[in-house]
Design a binder for this molecule. Structure first.
Ligand code: 5MY
Ligand code: ATP
Length: 536
């Protein structure tokens, strides 16, 4: 039952379908961009639900519930400066039907398998993050606006599994990232199926260069290298928008446009582009990734996102075992009433509890090495024993403890599947007065005597990075610094549905088997094509 307080923002709107155009879509939502004249919707998008399909039911059907989850469960951890929460609108079924017809020719085939849900009349209206940029600080208000490049990154899971519920034969999961495992699996599956354009260079072999743990490492060198590997083979995990237009990633291959935008942003000529001319052999996308790594390192978002992802202490296999225990405690099979009752306990938004649920977290901690008195023995026998002990622990869990662990596993799953939208603009140049940070508390002059080199973004003001590209490896002149303003928001942070738990656990054997089979052939293909995945 929806909290009545959440309904307060819902408005009935008479929207014109012909003023909205197809922008993008994921598994569950279609995004429309506004192209009409109404000031209220200018630079906004609508996020519409698609029909739900087998095993992928929406966690919380109403977008107001989703917003509540984002604001009250994950938002306080991430920081509200990184959230993009819109408002809810009520549209008519005929609006949805009309829009569905209109956008059909623009939808990628694999996405168009699922139509818009014409009963889902409460939709979200959000700022269009490919167009939005917070007002620049006071000193730069007069500056002419420059090209805006927006990078979307889906960072995926930055942690390694440590769960003792992972069977000993699969402990390679402790060393291999989930991303890399899924790359091997996808390569195995896609080798035998029609390749989708969105997967781009996966046909050449998995992306071994991108490593989510490196991106979350906090070490700028590692972050840079891994982002450079991602931009070379972006698949579904990285997109570049120039202005509002998607030019590169998700099947778009206009890397020249992305490269030009990066060049303009970073090297527009003049004193600040010193040492870096158009004749340079270096790829501006690589330089852009240097800047992106520095932005990500200076902001708090990634460590906070990682802390949410690390709420997974079970791994997918452990989550399956705990869900089965919960269903058993509710008295029946997953598909039956008790199974639904078990899921019901998981659909309420969990509260964020830093104290580990009053000790329940400690009692049921199943991370490797986390048990008190870990005991003697090493190697495979010790792993086997610990695995057995962990399974026995699951059989002693109470209903509340199962819910505690599974709620956290679902939060971690969501935090491992969100996207970061990072809009970057070139700050006005040398001639402009020094950039100062506006402080709503102290007033605009608080820092004006001390021009800031770099600072983090606020909820309504951009961050600033004073960026000096590394000199080229082959020698070259020292480069001047450029000042980049940026705004970063996280999208697709909604809750995952409890049905994911068993469906993912059941898929895991197949994923591991296919990935293991693909291991060597995938590596071979990747080596054969290591030059082919370059963006050059
Ligand atoms: O399983 P994964 O890691 O491949 O993640 C799925 C995503 O695949 P990708 O990021 O492309 O690897 C997948 O993304 P795409 O649809 O492939 O763009 C979805 O985000 C899916 O979540 P949901 O079912 O829409 O809630 C994601 O499923 P969850 O794992 O988050 O349930
Ligand atoms: N506020 C926004 N402004 C501009 N583009 C957006 C915005 N929100 C989302 N997008 C674009 O739409 C795409 C799909 O959105 P979203 O991730 O919300 O869909 P989803 O179906 O819930 O995703 P998933 O497949 O991960 O479940 C995003 O990857 C992004 O490119």
């Amino acid at each position: 039952m929806l909290d009545p307080a959440l309904s307060a923002e819902s408005h009935c709107e008479d929207l014109r379908p012909d003023e909205w155009v197809y922008l993008a879509e994921g598994n569950l939502h279609v995004l429309l961009a506004y192209r009409g004249q109404c000031a209220r919707f200018r630079d906004h998008v609508l996020r519409l639900l698609k029909v739900r399909h087998g095993g992928e039911e929406k966690a919380l059907y109403d977008p107001r519930q989703e917003r509540h989850y984002v604001e009250h469960v994950v938002g306080p951890v991430l920081g509200h400066q990184y959230l993009e929460t819109g408002t809810s609108l009520t549209v008519t079924p005929s609006f949805l039907n009309e829009v569905a017809k209109q956008i059909m020719p623009h939808r990628p085939a694999r996405r168009a398998l699922y139509d818009l849900d014409n009963t889902a009349c409460t939709v979200e209206c959000l700022r269009d993050l490919t167009r939005f940029f917070p007002p620049m600080p006071h000193a730069t208000l007069t500056a002419q606006s420059t090209c805006q490049l927006t990078l979307e990154i889906k960072p995926k899971a930055g942690y390694h599994s440590r769960s003792r519920l992972v069977p000993p034969a699969r402990r390679f999961k402790f060393q291999e990232s989930r991303f890399s495992l899924m790359q091997r699996y996808r390569f195995a599956v896609l080798e035998t199926q029609a390749l989708e354009p969105e997967w781009g260079d996966l046909r050449e072999g998995p992306n071994w260069g991108y490593s989510p743990p490196d991106l979350f490492s906090g070490e700028v060198e590692k972050m840079t290298r891994t982002l450079q590997a991602l931009i070379r083979n972006p698949q579904n995990f990285c997109q570049v928008f120039v202005g509002p237009r998607l030019v590169y990633g998700r099947g778009e291959r206009q890397v020249g446009l992305a490269r030009n935008a990066a060049r303009q942003l970073l090297l527009p000529g003049g004193a600040c582009a010193e040492g870096f001319g158009a004749e340079s052999e270096e790829d501006p996308m690589d330089i852009l990734m240097e800047a992106v790594a520095q932005v990500l390192q200076q902001e708090c978002l990634l460590p906070r996102l990682l802390s949410l992802q690390r709420l997974d202490v079970l791994d997918v296999e452990g989550a399956g075992a705990v869900m089965e225990r919960l269903v058993g405690l509710c008295g029946g099979g997953e598909g039956s009433g008790p199974g639904a009752a078990a899921r019901g306990g998981l659909t309420s938004s969990p509260a964020w509890d830093r104290n580990g649920g009053g000790g329940a977290g400690r009692r049921v901690d199943v991370r490797d090495g986390a048990a008190p008195g870990g005991g003697a023995g090493t190697g495979p026998m010790r792993s086997t024993r610990k695995h057995k002990e962990a399974l026995a622990t699951v059989q002693r869990l109470s209903q509340a403890e199962c819910l505690f662990l599974l709620h956290r596993w679902l939060i971690a799953l969501g935090a491992s599947d969100c996207s970061i939208m990072l809009a970057i603009r070139r700050c006005p140049d040398e001639a402009a007065p020094p950039l100062t940070r506006f402080s709503p508390v102290l007033g605009q002059d608080a820092y004006s005597l001390q021009p800031l080199e770099s600072f983090c973004q606020g909820a309504s003001e951009p961050g600033l990075l004073s960026f000096r590209p590394k000199p080229p490896a082959q020698g070259g002149r020292e480069r001047g610094a450029v000042r980049l303003a940026y705004a970063m928001r996280v999208v697709d942070l909604g809750p995952k549905p409890p049905t994911k738990i068993l469906s993912k656990a059941h898929l895991e054997d197949g994923i591991i088997a296919a990935a293991q089979k693909a291991g060597s052939s995938a590596k071979g293909a990747s080596q054969r094509s290591s030059g082919a995945v370059s963006t050059h």
